[in-house]
Design a protein around this ligand. Sequence first.
Ligand code: BDP
Length: 694
Amino acid sequence: DDGYDLWLKYTRIADRAVAASYRRQLQGWTVLSTGATADAARRELRRALPGLLGETIPEAGAVNRQLVVGTSQLPLLAPLHGKVAGLAPEGFIITHTRIQGKESIAIVSATETGMLYGVFHFLRMMQTGQPLGEVSSSPKTKVRILNHWDNLDRTVERGYAGFSLWDWHQLPGYIDPRYTDYARANASIGINGTVLTNVNANALVLTPMYLEKVKALADVFRPYGIKVYLTARFSAPIELGKLPTADPLDKAVRAWWQDKIREIYTYIPDFGGFTVKANSEGQPGPQNYGRTHADGANMLAEALQPHNGIVMWRAFVYDHQVPEDRTRQAYNEFKPLDGKFLPNVMVQVKNGPLDFQPREPFHPLFGAMPSTALLPEFQLTQEYLGFASHLFYQAPLFKECLDADTYARGKGSPVSNVIDGTLDHHTLTGMAGVANIGNDRNWCGHPLAQANWYAFGRLAWNHQLSPASLADEWIRMTLHQDAAVVQTIRAMLLATRETTVRYMTPLGLHHIMGWNHHYGPAPWIKDKERADWTSVYYHRADEQGIGFDRSARGSNALGQYHPPVQALYNDLQQCPEPYLLWFHHVLWDHTLRSGRTLWDELCYSYQQGVDSVAWMQAQWKTVHRKVDDAVHAHVTSLLAIQYNEAAWWRDACLLYFQQFSKRPLPAGVTKPTRTLEYYQSLEFPFAPGIRPKW
Ligand code: BDP
């Protein structure tokens, strides 16, 4: 197994009784609708059913015990219209009914895309051995989208799975069949949008030569319900249009964007719109001209609106010349703009206020901008999570953010209800994930990292699903059907998040990774041109203690949250320990709930992280000869890398912090065999995924 088929393997159902019961219920099948999406559904069933059941099921309608697929506009399925009418357009039902007198299972939606989603859901039920019972499913968000940080030269910023999937050079002449498989995988989990290009944008993608290529991709994705989006470089009117300015209030600039957008729609009539990174990390933006983020976003939104396009304007902004805790800056910039964005603008907010760390509190903008559609951004690619070498199942991280209570409208105002629109009555809703996909044969580098792509899509559809059940589904479809094997691997996946937090950034530490490439530990980074890109800025270790005081006594980043959240974290004694050093500078001898001092607890956490990777290795050994040999061997090697790197994190960080704590390592913590100087001397000029110079 080379991993190419993802969770769409459709391996023969091992449980004979289950297979026989499916077989009895499926004497024939038919897709009644016509058109490209119906063809996609047909192709999927043709591929899947024989795979799952080991025999071909006749494609013929009007037999008893048949599967019938179509939209509710079709006369034969019109009696079911009432059942789908209350769902979102992409919602679907799977129901047992009679059609023309024949006992049938009907998969019905108001739309072709919803019908395709229903087919994938039905196949998932079979892949995971569930009874083929009644289902009614409707997405909780509208824009379920992947962000590819892919450059036109095919490098991928923070990408660890090879080069970009998009072969810009050979497009549109050569259409790699892989584009279709990408679309199938996305449709199977409800992802309906893809931003093809890096947020650090290149205006060239907006030129006719590239729009031809984008169109070719859009044509492949369309039958699967996937819209294409691009990143818009704010200075494109200067770079491409030869205008003297990109001021969003300048008439000529506005006209240029209007023309450009009209032109894009001649290529791609259902073009989704733009993602924009502006006035952040060197990207141009409206502030270059004294204008606000709202001015910039609205200019584009106005031009996109007649075509039903949207703008996803990123709130990931910070400036090292601003003498402010970096984690406060996005809120400072955006909160005053609440209510100023046009209705087709979403403000795209990272899950936490810093930058995709192993653990962060939720971003204070969630719950602070009731009049603005907020699009949460998660990072599936593991920039700060061990790249593609470490096993890190992210669903628990996504869930922690989604479940966090903002208290925006009192207790019970979780982030999930901010972003699904229910809290503030928004209809433009969504969830964005920075893709972990490249042209590696297995798509995501680490054979088990596909689970993150999978879980992201499923949670964007329904944020109430649990990390454990999503792990179950994915393992059963991808690795093995046996319950004991599923249980072992699920336990491993579910442990990975806390494990990584422990060996990288325990107790609320953050951003102590290698400089620029973010590979490996480097808490010693200091004296760079930007303080907010160093490690010492974040951990603030000194002889007294360690941690960033963001309480009311410190930077008061906590002041950006609603009062009950402030109350929870502000008091050192009460603050949940996973966030301790995020919000407080704590004395080395401070006693924690375990009864240990902070220093000892820090040491034990690092040790536990390493031990837990050893436990994962032992677990994985027990599924040898159960999961595919090639996958098993690959993961075994990667777990060994992860173990070594976890020990590297422990040793480098403890040696470094010990210079300040001046305390011995407690019993039970392995003594480092190398010196701090050794770790500090390591350099990785060719670590993958580095941000190119712009
Ligand atoms: C940071 C990455 C950088 C991205 C930036 C962003 O290090 O490469 O460009 O986020 O999200 O995490 O814009």
